[in-house]
Design a binder for this molecule. Structure first.
Ligand code: FAD
Ligand code: NAD
Length: 408
């Protein structure tokens, strides 16, 4: 008797999209139906949506990550810890730093990378809120600036200036944490808080462009009250070891000296996408409604490296964890269908449950199921959302282990 070869499903990236696909596939498929391989750079998953906390230092980075092996069924999923270098899509194989892996079905869920728009010096001198390593580095760097300040005979106040580029959701959430962290740092390092400057530079004419104006006003006044200075309609033009150059409209760029510059002004798709020759816009591939890549029926792309159009406004949905997880669920059902030789695949439809933007430990703004919320109730909702992601991927056990319970 000839033994039939099982199809091999390879999932790249153990973030929201990739892990969701993996845990759903391990439920949908029996051991004899397919081989499932998950590849990720680290042996842990991190909650990207909590990185602003690890970056500011209000939450230890170990709290934002967990072991991938804790949530996968090891009898069904082989985990490879390695970095993806390139996808040879015409040969159905993936080049890893540690070797290579072949596939019948491929899921690319490698997340995004900071978009620096080619602005000089950003890659070299600005800090990002991108992963555990970058968050840890940023937190340590700010602590170093505070620790060094008091050691110097001639005090350099610009060491205590922190510039945040971009007042999108990442920038605003980071500022919320930072304004809570600064008083702690001042206390810890005997620094006069009046010496600390927090400046947010936003190119658009408003903070959180496109978000509800009443909620934006609330967020700005809360952050200003806690010491943030906003430079609106002002773009970062260059980053140097000493700080940044900014310009309002056509004005001549002026320098702001700062010991820390954080770049939180947008994401693009993972560079592996373009390196592998996929047709992409800022590293993101416009996928078919069934989440496959046009022309490649065996390749799915999810999350920050995918682009899905919101038909109502004919513009791409902003890349979020919410959308990545929902894509993961559909992708798993579609791959299970293909494994069972069903060709009629489900179309992805984003079910937007709302947006909540944290302003620190006990404050937030949001629109949930069409209702506006602020303050403690919004902050409570943010923690519910954070716990929900844990639940969706790892069940109640993971919520108990990593969840946020400081909600009352
Ligand atoms: P990710 O979750 O980023 O996962 C990508 C995975 O791929 C990671 O494990 C990474 O290590 C791995 N990887 C990357 N490159 C390689 C490689 N070459 N080889 C192997 N592995 C690799 N969205 C919301 O919906 N709600 C929020 O409240 C929210 N808050 C946010 C707060 C912050 C501070 C930030 C930065 C983002 C926030 N987002 C939020 C956006 C959200 O985090 C992203 O849209 C989401 O993480 C995308 O999921 P993903 O699966 O595409 O990628
Ligand atoms: P973003 O693209 O949403 O915002 C970036 C901001 O930077 C924009 O307001 C833009 O005008 C500004 N900017 C661009 N170039 C600039 C320059 N040269 N100088 C100054 N400002 C400049 O990016 P983000 O905030 O990193 O968010 C990325 C994605 O993650 C988005 O889809 C967002 O919705 C999502 N996210 C969601 C949440 C949440 O739901 N709570 C939190 C964080 C991020």
């Amino acid at each position: 008797m000839i033994a039939l070869r099982k199809p091999k499903i390879v999932i790249l990236g153990a973030g929201y999209g990739g892990l969701m696909t993996t845990v759903r596939l391990q439920k949908h498929l029996g051991v004899n139906e397919a081989d499932i391989v998950l590849v990720n750079k680290n042996d842990y998953h991190y909650e990207t949506t909590w990185l602003h906390e690890a970056s500011a230092g209000t939450l230890h980075h170990d709290k934002v990550r967990y072991d991938i092996r804790d949530v996968i069924d090891r009898s069904k999923v082989d985990f490879i810890q390695s970095t993806v270098v390139e996808i040879k899509k015409d040969e159905k194989r993936v080049i890893l730093e540690s070797g290579e892996v072949e596939y019948d079905y491929l899921v690319i869920a490698l997340g995004g990378e900071p978009e620096t728009f080619g602005i000089k010096g950003l890659k070299e001198y600005a800090f990002g809120i991108t992963n555990v390593n970058s968050s840890r580095l940023l937190r340590e760097h700010m602590e170093y600036q505070f620790a060094t300040y008091n050691m110097e005979e001639e005090k350099d106040d610009t060491r205590l200036t922190i510039v945040v580029g971009g007042a999108g959701f990442t920038g605003i959430e980071f500022l919320g944490e930072l304004t809570n962290r600064v008083p702690e740092l001042c206390h810890e390092y005997d620094v006069d808080q009046h010496k600390v400057k927090i400046i947010c530079v936003e190119a658009a004419p408003t903070v959180l462009p496109g978000f509800d104006p009443e909620l934006v006003k609330y967020a700005v006044s809360q952050l200003e009250r806690k010491g943030v200075e906003f430079l609106i309609g002002t773009a970062i033009k260059e980053c140097t070891p000493e700080g940044i150059f900014v310009a309002k409209g056509e004005d001549e760029p002026r320098e702001i000296k700062a010991g820390t510059v954080v770049w939180a002004a947008g994401v693009r798709g993972n560079s592996v996408i373009e390196k592998s020759g996929f047709e992409a816009m800022r590293g993101r591939v416009k996928v078919q409604p069934d989440l496959r890549v046009p022309g490649f029926n065996d390749v799915f792309i999810l999350g920050d490296s995918s682009l899905v159009i919101n038909e109502e406004i004919n513009r791409p949905y902003p890349p979020t964890a919410q959308i990545a997880m929902q894509q993961g669920e559909v992708c798993a059902r579609n791959i299970a269908a293909l494994v069972r030789n069903k060709q009629d695949l489900e179309e992805f439809k984003f079910d937007n449950k709302g947006t909540v933007c944290s302003l620190g430990e006990d404050d937030a703004i949001g629109v949930v199921f069409g209702k506006k919320i602020t303050g403690a109730s919004a902050s409570f909702m943010k923690k519910v959302v954070d716990n929900r992601s844990l639940y969706m991927i790892g069940g109640a056990g993971l919520v108990l282990k990593k969840g946020k319970f400081n909600i009352f």
